[in-house]
Structure formats: structure tokens, C-alpha cells
Write a protein that binds this ligand. Structure first.
Ligand SMILES: [Mg+2]
Ligand SMILES: [Zn+2]
Length: 184
């Protein structure tokens, strides 16, 4: 079975600018590409899980969301990095779907698709929904203080709190008792 790092999008690997409705708003958080590469070096797959109610609210179409994700992946690839998969919930909160975080739909689908051992996986995000999803599904939860993290830290109790995604990676190296040697 594989192990995964589930990562949130806005406020975790790209800058949180409210609803991202245009590709020009997509900016990586410094260190995101490097962190993802190092997760891969540790033997994890990296799966993005994101709530994108901008679709359900009618601010963007599914096609526009796909373009935004393509831009994000291009920015990562310019830094030699990639995501193994992207799972997005497009629903409006009022739809009460089973995939809007903290509901487990996205994670459960990924676990099925990639044969992931959830108990040995991690979730990294900046919001309460990320932390609570981790708790619900028995994963270690890491709150980053980028995005909404500084407010989130007052309202929930993650397993770990770090400044940003790159620090989350260093933390996981320590937990795993491994050092990543970068060959470049
Ligand atoms: Mg977020
Ligand atoms: Zn959904």
C-alpha cells in the first residue's frame, strides 16, 4: 500500500486570494514545489484535496477550474515538481455533498484509486476543515500558518503546527526519522 501526503490548495501551496477565479491569481507559496519534491523523495505520493465551491456558487465553471489547476501544475513543473493527483469538491456548501472537506469523500476516493494506507498518511492544510478531516480519518494533521492558519490555530487542535509547507516537510522527515539528500 502507498502512503500519501494530502495537501490543501489555497493558503497551503498557492497564495489565498479569496475565490480564485482567474489563472492570473495563481501564485505558488515559496517552498511549495521543493516541499512536494521532498515528499516524493521520502516515498509518499502527493495528493491535492481542495474545496472549490466557487464552481457551485457560479463564480467559475468546471473548465475554468481545470485551467486554474493546469496553471498551478505548470508553475510547479517550472520548479521541477508535480502532484500525483488533484481531487476537488465543486459543490456549494448547501448541497451537503459527501466530498466537501471535512467530509471524507475526496480522501476516500483517492485511497481507493491509489491503494493508500490512510493511517500512515498525513494531511497538511491551513483550515479547520483540513485538520478535522485528518482527525476523522485517523491521519496525522499538520496545520500551516500560511493562508488562514493563524486564525485556525485558535479554533482547532491539529497534531502539529508549522509555519509553512516546507516546514511541514522537515517535520515529517523528523517524524519518519529520515533525511532527504537532494541530488541537485
Ligand atoms: Mg486552504
Ligand atoms: Zn462536494
Amino acid at each position: 500500500m502507498k502512503r500519501a501526503i494530502f495537501i490543501d490548495r489555497d493558503g497551503t501551496i498557492i497564495k489565498d486570494k479569496g475565490y480564485i477565479t482567474n489563472v492570473s491569481f495563481v501564485k505558488l507559496i515559496p517552498g511549495a514545489a521543493q516541499a512536494i519534491n521532498r515528499f516524493h523523495s521520502l516515498g509518499f505520493i502527493v495528493v491535492l484535496v481542495t474545496n472549490q465551491s466557487a464552481v457551485g456558487r457560479g463564480y467559475i465553471t468546471e473548465d475554468e477550474l481545470a485551467k486554474i489547476h493546469k496553471t498551478m501544475e505548470q508553475l510547479l513543473s517550472q520548479e521541477g515538481s508535480f502532484l500525483d493527483a488533484i481531487y476537488a469538491c465543486p459543490h456549494h456548501p448547501d448541497e451537503r455533498c459527501g466530498c466537501r472537506k471535512p467530509e471524507p469523500g475526496l480522501i476516500r476516493k483517492a485511497c481507493k484509486d491509489f491503494n493508500i494506507n490512510i493511517a500512515k498518511s498525513y494531511i497538511v492544510g491551513d483550515q479547520k476543515a483540513d485538520v478535522e478531516l485528518g482527525k476523522k480519518e485517523g491521519m496525522s494533521s499538520i496545520l500551516v500558518l500560511t493562508g488562514h492558519g493563524k486564525d485556525t490555530v485558535k479554533e482547532t487542535s491539529p497534531d502539529y503546527v508549522v509555519n509553512n509547507i516546507l516546514e511541514a516537510e522537515k517535520l515529517i522527515e523528523r517524524i519518519e526519522g529520515k533525511d532527504v539528500v537532494e541530488n541537485r
